[in-house]
Design a binder for this molecule. Structure first.
Ligand SMILES: Nc1ncnc2c1ncn2[C@@H]1O[C@H](COP(=O)(O)OP(=O)(O)OP(=O)(O)O)[C@@H](O)[C@H]1O
Ligand SMILES: [Mg+2]
Length: 377
């Protein structure tokens, strides 16, 4: 782990002797003390320094402590800095400070009791360091996923190509079979890498990025169905399309959506019933629905779009990670759309329905606010 810089705290007081007294009390600890004689000076210091805590005198000329605190709460950079107000009297204890609810606030009363001051400062600094450690871990995770995504994909590509060559240039049926097993396992590893990569992107960057271009849902649906029929020739997948299938979407990402939903229908649905894919919609939205036989247990349904929820206590060998539907929802939300599931025990069917605006002008604004809708009967 990288060398951490000393934790900084800000002390604001208009009286030099108070600043010196605070400095003397906190001097022996491993802190960098930033001293400000006014609210304005404090704001200047906050522009270039990340601080674990601000100790703010309430009574100061020009800008008082509460005004400074309100300005700090109003700025993104300083919004979450905990503030300890240092105040002379009890009368201004729960004052007009509007940002009270917005973050950690505490009070110290003059004359300041050194033991209490040290204890409070130590507690806030410890919280700050823990938060920094969590952020470091997240950053490391992001770097790790980038390495996994890039450095594992390349050798895996070589393995897959070699397996494909072996499968086509060999007469021996047992070798051809072995080569296709290699290919299937390699593709599975590739999918796991891609899914983990998407999960990390969605979690750390606030969503999966999409690149919009004019495209047709019909061609993506046909392509995905044709690919899956090759590997599942005994299953029936029907496609019904009506109305306009065109819109501005991310073709690669929608292929991922179809392949996840259809993959689920093939793996988790009944093997005897046909899978029904329907494309419809109106002028503003396109509707995609995928229906299969078999219901999702009622207790699993509310968590179905959460990552790593596969509906079983322990996954058996060869089963999925439980990321597919989470990624589907992230992709749909990034297009400004919604995904819903309806599963009926009495009918014995499960239907996933996606509503996609044809032009996703609401991207970003809609992110995160879309309901993870579901219904069970
Ligand atoms: N069409 C469906 N019919 C019945 N059950 C389903 C269907 N789709 C999903 N499920 C249930 O929801 C769970 C979560 O699905 P999800 O696609 O997120 O994960 P997964 O398929 O288990 O793994 P992964 O997609 O990561 O390979 C599945 O394990 C299954 O129990
Ligand atoms: Mg799945």
């Amino acid at each position: 782990m990288k060398q951490r810089t000393r934790t900084k705290i800000l002390i604001v007081d208009d009286l030099q002797e108070n600043l010196l007294a605070m400095e003397a009390l906190l001097e022996q600890s491993d802190l960098d003390l930033l001293l400000a004689r006014s609210g304005r000076q404090a704001l200047e210091l906050l522009l270039t320094n990340d601080v674990a805590l601000a100790l703010v005198d309430v009574q100061m000329p020009e800008m008082d402590g509460f005004e400074l605190a309100e300005l700090m709460r109003g700025a993104e950079r300083t919004r979450n800095v905990p503030i300890i107000f240092v105040t002379a009297g009890m009368q201004d204890r729960y004052p007009v400070f509007k940002g009270y609810d917005a973050g950690a606030v505490d009070f110290l009363f003059k004359p300041v009791e050194p033991r209490i001051l040290k204890h409070k400062v130590a507690t806030f600094c410890q919280l700050y360091r823990q938060r920094q450690e969590v952020l470091d871990t997240l950053r490391l995770n992001e770097e790790l996923m980038a390495v996994v995504g890039h450095d594992l994909r390349n050798p895996l590509g070589v393995i897959l190509m070699t397996a494909a060559t072996l499968a086509t240039r060999n007469e021996d049926p047992s070798l051809v079979k072995a080569a296709s097993r290699l290919q299937a396992s390699g593709k599975r590893i590739l999918r796991i890498i891609d899914d983990l990569f998407d999960l990390s992107k969605a979690r750390l960057s606030g969503g999966i990025p999409v690149e919009l271009a004019p495209m047709s849902l019909l061609s993506v649906a046909k392509k995905t169905i044709a690919e899956l029929q090759l590997t599942h020739p005994q299953r029936t997948i029907e496609l019904h399309a009506e109305g306009n299938p065109e819109g501005e979407w991310d073709g690669g990402r929608l292929e991922q959506v179809f392949s996840n939903l259809l993959g689920n229908a093939l793996h988790h649905g009944t093997t005897t019933d046909a899978i029904l894919v329907t494309l419809s919609g109106d002028e503003s939205d396109a509707i995609i629905s995928v229906k299969n036989g078999g219901a999702i247990p009622e207790e699993v349904l509310p968590h179905i779009f959460e990552p790593f929820h596969s509906g079983r206590e322990r996954r058996k060998r060869g089963e999925g990670l439980g990321l597919g539907l989470y990624i589907v929802q992230q992709i749909v939300n990034a297009h400004g759309g919604i995904v819903q599931v309806r599963s009926s025990a009495t009918e014995g069917t499960t239907t996933f329905t996606i509503k996609l605006p044809r032009r996703a002008t609401r991207i970003g604004a809609s992110l995160g606010s879309m309901p993870a809708d579901f219904s069970a009967e």
